[in-house]
Design a protein around this ligand. Structure first.
Ligand code: GDP
Length: 356
């Protein structure tokens, strides 16, 4: 029997508390909802899907901000300063983390609850560490879903934080509206060390710890600015420089520790948002992200089904050995396994094919 579709299920009991008034009951519901989403049990997944479907109409109204940078660059110092500033202005802030290290070792580069101590104690903020199991893809999926929970609960600014390892930057840039990269003042001296792909994702590059060496920070700012131009502004042609209707990545200096540059950062963010909303890029990016997410999940779901299919399981070891031994080309092996997989799913079709 097929499992019921999430849209056919009754509303999940956590939905009412999540969509209700801010306060301890809502916080507890958020924590429970995110734990449910992170669970790998099949029955929990069905409940989680029902919950997400119920929450979806109440999501999407936040600004999703991605922030990444190597450990020690000052992410938590910065997010705490920014977050406290934002809640003082009446916003409700959520901070989620994607930490690939936690998926491998169970430990975490992003650390535990002691980070952002003041922000985490404020009832207007919600901070959730990275899920500590699963692949990066799985962790990214859970973080996307946790983001929807935070939005449904009325958090209008969701910050997704990550460290610069394991492709997590791409995952975070793919789930946020604006992606910001934190750099150290000496970054400009060794541009080779900055991964080109990551730089291309950035809407805003922030040179933090400018208080330590202002000259180096200014140099880094100039070097990164010119390299962003060389990279061609997200692949757009050079004449795009002069087009004021689209966003051009910027580089700014900051001292998160002293709180200098945090205001300017937020002004840039609001400018970005206004521009992208006016030229349609904001909505278009979200739509593309939603579709990309759907296909990513289809791919990973199919791969799981593929590996679990009896005909594939029965042949996988032998075929793998033949590929390793050089007796079978990888592409032929893939075709053979795919044929077994579709034969498993449609026994009648494959009989027809054999007789044809
Ligand atoms: P994260 O690992 O990226 O989250 O980095 P943290 O926020 O934990 O910061 C690492 C260290 O750098 C801490 O000791 C901070 O106090 C310090 N730090 C962060 N921002 C600045 C800054 O703007 N200037 C200086 N001098 N130190 C900073």
């Amino acid at each position: 029997m097929n499992a019921p579709l999430p849209s056919d299920l009754p509303e999940h009991p956590l939905a009412a508390a999540l969509l209700g008034e801010p306060g301890p009951a809502q916080r507890r519901a958020m924590a429970k909802a995110i734990t449910l989403l992170e669970s790998t049990r099949a029955d929990h997944r069905v409940q989680a899907d029902a919950l997400l479907t119920g929450l979806l109409p109440h999501t999407g109204r936040s600004l999703r901000l991605g922030i990444s940078g190597v450990p020690g660059v000052g992410k938590s110092t910065f997010i705490e300063a920014l977050g406290l500033d934002l809640i003082a202005r009446g916003h409700r802030v959520a901070v989620l983390a994607v930490d690939p290290s936690s998926t491998v070792s169970g430990g975490s580069i992003l650390g535990d609850k002691t980070r952002m101590e003041r922000l985490s104690m404020d009832p207007r903020a919600y901070i959730r560490p990275s899920p500590s199991s699963g692949t990066l893809g799985g962790v990214a999926e859970k973080t996307r879903e946790a983001m929807l929970v935070c939005e449904a609960a009325g958090h209008d600014i969701v910050i997704v934080e990550t460290v610069g390892v394991g492709q997590s930057e791409t995952a975070v840039a793919g789930m946020t509206d604006m992606y910001c990269l934190l750099q150290l003042p000496n970054a400009g001296d060794d541009l080779q060390a900055i991964k080109k792909g990551v730089m291309e994702l950035a809407d805003l590059v922030v040179i933090n710890k400018a208080d330590l060496d202002d000259a180096a920070a200014t140099r880094a700012q100039a070097q990164i600015t010119s390299s962003l131009r060389l990279y061609g502004l997200h692949g757009r042609p050079d004449h795009a420089h002069h087009d004021t209707a689209i966003w051009h990545p910027r580089v700014m200096r900051m001292s998160a520790l002293k709180g200098e540059g945090v205001d300017a950062f937020w002004r840039a963010v609001t400018e970005f948002q206004a521009l992208q909303q006016a030229n349609g890029a904001f909505e278009e990016k979200r739509q593309q992200q939603a579709l990309a997410w759907m296909w990513e999940r289809i791919q990973s779901g199919l791969k799981q089904q593929f590996k679990a299919a009896p005909a594939v399981r029965g042949a996988l070891e032998d075929i793998t050995a033949r590929v390793l031994g050089g007796q079978l080309a990888a592409s032929t092996a893939a075709r053979e396994l795919l044929a077994k997989f579709s034969g498993d799913r449609n026994p009648e079709d494959s009989k027809d094919q054999r007789h044809a």
